[in-house]
Design a protein around this ligand. Structure first.
Ligand code: IVH
Length: 685
């Protein structure tokens, strides 16, 4: 390449990489795959190596991608300097470059009698924890590597980050690692977001890093985040090796991966890579490669760092598993908020052990940007999530018969012209009160386990709606046994069970009722905050947008949405009817106060299915003074094991000697439980 064109390509690549780095680290909404990003970075590095005169300390090749929003305390967090720079890792997709790394290490260290620590490369967002006298005193994001956002209050809400250490810990040290969102939590979060009419996260990594930067720590607590720690800066501790330092960290109660291996040579390393390239499919969280570190800290010190990464470590990245298949059609689903979501229907194809028939397409822009046409061959990737994504079109295979897929102009369900509000990436059906999909979606949401917990799934709602028995939540409370018995397949027993669950729902707390109403953007946490703050629907309805905005984490958009809902005459009439059926629209005198101290000091992990919803169980744990946690650790007092408890959790309990408690035993632990009595009555049918 000519020097001049090399220079302009370098400038072009820098601008491109800066843009994608911001989309990835700050916006949490990447437009290209990691593989494509790494390919552009490698092209830049190669050009800068060939033309060193164009090198610059400002180049993305010389600095770590920054997660900071901008200057000082923007984004709501205070920025603080790292004691030791928080660097990145050099990476490769090629085994021969791993062999080069090992050869170079032999040469530079002048010996081959050293070892490697091989670890998983966790695909989340980096965090740096500082402990002083055994207490967690600070948590920072990586930021730009020199200073990060202070997210201590949020880190304290991540269930497996200890607030206090045990054992023989140093008086002061730092430890770094990754915050992850396990697949199960990710799927649930996205389901909730779609229900609320919020855009879903593209992958668990984006969801983890977006969640770590939430302004309300209470909301962070509900995101199911999980942390794994993998690096204590060698300067801050006195151990002979990295593996000893991490073993010690584990003994102080810190979460350290159990999948680390000491490898003595390249053959061991390659065996480790082969194992995890396959076994990582079974992990409950995302990994995107493995990290190979020289184990002895003295050797690490003598190899040192470049401006961007340590010379003593390298990452081998796995290429995401891809498949190529034909796009047969696109369906458009209408959610309860009216948001229209495109779903790709694919010619069935095998990918990572499952047959894939559908893939998500986020919005119209994604379809236009990729120029996806019906009949095209498309690449699909699965990052561990249940529904895979379309990552591109194989233009070489495009045939003449393919047709563009214009986004519908009218609602696929009720035919109303769609609208795309300013600033929204999605189209909406504005026929809120008449669109069957929206009506059924709202009913389903109202009945949901986290809302009123009424025994009605898709099929029941469909029948009630089609049979003209229910089109709004209040209709459910006016259902007559005779009309239900007339529905196909309904027997006396199922009618009684259903009506019983409706009756029981009248006991649901104000915060659940508020959530069940389905106010756009008001999820469980916001409903809870609002219920606590205003204590009644009347006080909430009296609040101006300004007053609503004073509540933690309620911004302009949420405040406006609440205000609009509570100033809509049809919604108010519906609330009036629900009130007449004795649903709770205010907190009771001493509601929220503890019921007993029966579970005081207990940390309980809840897994499996119970006779009441898992959320209700967690609520009860809190009301009786206990704490529920999402993952099993040495701190767990017991696992409350329902039907079909997670096998991984059961195994871990066995390994750590943590007792299992059945639902029946649990009821016996807490005084006079109403839920239990009602459940037993219900099963008498
Ligand atoms: S060690 C001095 N170990 O990958 C570098 N990093 O792409 C210390 N990562 O910035 C990092 N798993 O956020 C290390 N087992 C592991 C890791 C790991 C994931 C992340 C880390 C790093 C990024 C580089």
């Amino acid at each position: 390449m000519q020097k001049e064109s090399a220079h302009s390509r370098i400038l072009e690549l820098r601008a491109e990489l800066e843009r994608h780095s911001r989309l990835y680290y700050v916006e949490n909404a990447p437009e290209i795959s990691d593989f494509e990003f790494d390919r552009l970075m490698r092209e830049l590095e190669d050009l800068e190596a060939e033309y060193p005169e164009f090198r610059s300390p400002d180049s993305p090749s010389a600095k770590v991608g920054s997660d900071l929003r901008g200057a000082k305390a923007s984004g709501g967090f205070v920025q603080r300097a790292h004691r030791y720079p928080m660097l990145s890792l050099s990476n490769t997709y090629s085994l021969s470059e791993i062999e080069d790394f090992a050869r170079r290490a032999d040469k530079l260290l002048g010996t081959d009698s050293f070892s490697y620590s091989c670890e998983l490369k966790f695909d989340g967002t980096a965090i740096c924890l500082s402990y002083k006298d055994g207490r967690l005193v600070r948590a920072l994001t990586r930021g730009d590597g020199l200073q990060g956002d202070d997210i201590t209050a949020n880190a304290l809400k991540i269930s497996n980050i200890p607030h206090r250490l045990k054992g023989d810990f140093p008086p002061e040290f730092e430890i770094r690692g990754e915050v992850l969102m396990p697949y199960a939590a990710f799927e649930e979060l996205n389901r909730e977001r779609e229900e609320l009419g919020d855009a879903p996260f593209a992958n668990p990594r984006n969801a983890a890093s977006g969640s770590l930067k939430l302004l309300n720590p209470e909301e962070v607590a509900h995101r199911g985040l999980w942390c794994t720690l993998y690096h204590i800066p060698a300067e801050s501790v006195e151990f002979a090796s990295h593996s000893e330092a991490l073993d010690a960290a584990a003994s102080w109660g810190l979460p350290v991966s159990e999948h680390r291996r000491i490898c003595k040579d390249i053959n061991d390393i390659e065996a480790y890579i082969r194992k995890w390239d396959k076994d990582r499919e079974d992990l409950p969280y995302a990994t995107d490669g493995i990290v190979i570190k020289i184990n002895e800290l003295a050797n690490q010190r003598s190899l040192g760092y470049t401006a961007k990464s340590p010379r003593w470590a390298v990452a081998f990245k796995f290429k995401a598993e891809q498949a190529c298949t034909r796009l047969e059609s696109i369906s458009y689903q209408v959610g309860r908020t009216g948001a229209v979501t495109p779903v790709a229907n694919l010619e069935p194809v095998q990918l990572a052990g499952t047959v894939i028939r559908r893939a998500t397409l986020n919005n119209e822009d994604q379809i236009t940007q990729m120029d996806i046409r019906i009949g095209d061959w498309v690449f699909i990737e699965k990052g561990g999530e249940i529904i895979p994504k379309i990552t591109g079109v194989d233009l070489n295979k495009r045939q003449s018969g393919v047709s563009p897929a214009p986004f519908p102009t009218h609602c696929p369900d009720c035919g109303t012209p769609l609208i795309r509000p300013e600033g929204e990436a999605r189209w909406f059906c504005p026929n809120t009160d008449g669109c069957p999909m929206q009506i059924k979606g709202r009913l389903l949401h109202f009945c949901g386990r986290k809302a009123m917990d009424i025994l009605a799934g898709d099929a029941t709602i469909e029948m009630l709606f089609e049979g003209k028995l229910a089109s709004s939540p209040a209709d459910l409370y006016e259902l007559k046994p005779q009309s239900l018995l007339a529905l196909p397949g309904w027997k006396e027993k199922s009618v009684l069970r259903f009506l019983e669950s409706i009756e029981k729902s009248k006991g649901a707390s104000f915060e659940r009722v508020l959530f069940a109403l389905g106010i756009r953007h008001v999820g469980q946490t916001t409903a809870k905050t609002l219920a606590k703050h205003f204590r009644s629907i009347d006080a909430l309805a009296d609040a101006s947008v300004e007053v609503l905005k004073e509540v933690g984490d309620v911004g302009e958009v949420i405040a406006q949405s609440i205000w609009d809902f509570l100033h809509d005459s049809a919604k108010l009439a519906e609330i009036g009817r629900l009130r007449a059926h004795a649903l709770k629209f205010s907190l009771e005198e001493n509601e929220g106060a503890k019921l007993s101290s029966a579970l005081e000091g207990k940390t309980i992990v809840v897994s499996g299915n119970f006779s009441v919803s898992r959320d209700r169980i967690k609520e009860l744990i809190a009301l009786h003074g206990g704490k529920s946690s999402s993952s099993v650790s040495a701190k767990t007092s017991f696992l409350l094991a329902g039907e079909k408890s997670g096998p991984e959790k059961l195994r871990k309990c066995e390994a750590l000697g943590i007792p299992l408690v059945s639902e029946q035993e649990f009821w016996a632990m807490i005084p006079d439980n109403k839920d239990k009595v009602e459940y037993q009555e219900l099963t008498l049918f």
